[in-house]
Design a binder for this molecule. Sequence first.
Ligand SMILES: Cc1cc2nc3c(=O)[nH]c(=O)nc-3n(C[C@H](O)[C@H](O)[C@H](O)COP(=O)(O)OP(=O)(O)OC[C@H]3O[C@@H](n4cnc5c(N)ncnc54)[C@H](O)[C@@H]3O)c2cc1C
Length: 386
Amino acid sequence: MTASASYDVAVVGAGPAGATAARELALAGLRVALLEKAPLPRYKVCGGGLVGRSLRALPEKTLREVAAHPCATALMGVPALGREFVTRRSTPIVAMVMRDRLDRALTGLAQDAGATLVAEAEVTGLDTGPHRVTLATRKGPLTAATVIAADGVNSRLARLAGWAPNPHAVPAVEWEVRVPDATYRRFAGRARFDMVIPGGYAWVFPKGAGHLSVGAMTILRQRMDLHGRVARYLAGLGIHPAGEPARHGHQIPIAPRARCLARGPVLLAGDAAGLADPVTGEGISHALGSGTLAAQAVLAAGGDPARAAARYQALLEQSILPDLRAARRFAELYYLHPRVTAWGFRLWGQTICEQVTEVMMGRRGYHQLRWDIVPAMLGLGRAGRP
Ligand SMILES: Cc1cc2nc3c(=O)[nH]c(=O)nc-3n(C[C@H](O)[C@H](O)[C@H](O)COP(=O)(O)OP(=O)(O)OC[C@H]3O[C@@H](n4cnc5c(N)ncnc54)[C@H](O)[C@@H]3O)c2cc1C
């Protein structure tokens, strides 16, 4: 890339949000640069659980290539009650993916559509001129009319464009665990979630061939040894790893950044905007969704970045943001009031699990659960059936 490289749109970050935005824009004929700091493919700390609503949003070809080990059964363990709740569906509730493969497949589609992928091109500077933005990258500068920042939870682009750090980023850890076949068979075919973490939960995802992804998240701010808790969780489930697990930690943004998610010529998408689900920590769905909306806004604005920003904010307000607000209220009730939660689960555990499963499937949103679940959790009335 040279200093004269000039694009309609620069998309920063080749995760699900950035790759999706780049593909949509390139398909429409715009000149698009997709800038990624890492060499590709790259490991991404993630459970790699593709919930039903992600599966519905992904291109068919990508699913065929990378999604595997579908789980049409989910188990929620509530040790405080000594109970396990099981939900079943005729189609997968969660399918499994390794993020290096998913993200490489999505960037491949963006390239096929005509986007220019530049790997190992970390963006280090942003200069917003009157008509065009200049980005400094490790592979030289480039200019674009509009920038879509999809560079993850700690978005450097957001900082460079004037946003404060997102105060709602919470810790999460992920272990890649190899287990003997007999152990694997106990966990194959279903996604497991256990309420064993204060203010959060732990999970076991079967990834095939003796590979389990095991992790934990919490929405509590207090310091917590999540790795230690995962070690105890494994022991409690009788999982004895064959070899040392690969341990990783990162953050999940459980609320959007304050005020607008687009400012001047810069639009934030995915984790950079703070769009992960605060109840489950699942972020791929809204990364895909916001990448698409950012592209639609740019296209609808006909080359006017200010109009694109306003349009993007409006599109988010019509779809993702109201649901995330409802999810946040639900997450705070669910995780910050354990006695109310335990009471709700004792009375309505199966209903709560069925309805959260419906959200994961993308069949309803959290805002549609409000009248069903909250009164139920407070023991004030009957929960609606899914
Ligand atoms: C432990 C853990 C488990 C999770 N499990 C799940 C799960 O099972 N299912 C699920 O749906 N979600 C899960 N998530 C959340 C999910 O990983 C994210 O929500 C999702 O990756 C967001 O996608 P994105 O495209 O916005 O950003 P990312 O996937 O983070 O991609 C951002 C990209 O930007 C690049 N980048 C960063 N800075 C720069 C820069 N300055 N210049 C150029 N490139 C840059 C990065 O290298 C990266 O490739 C989990 C998260 C964690 C931490």
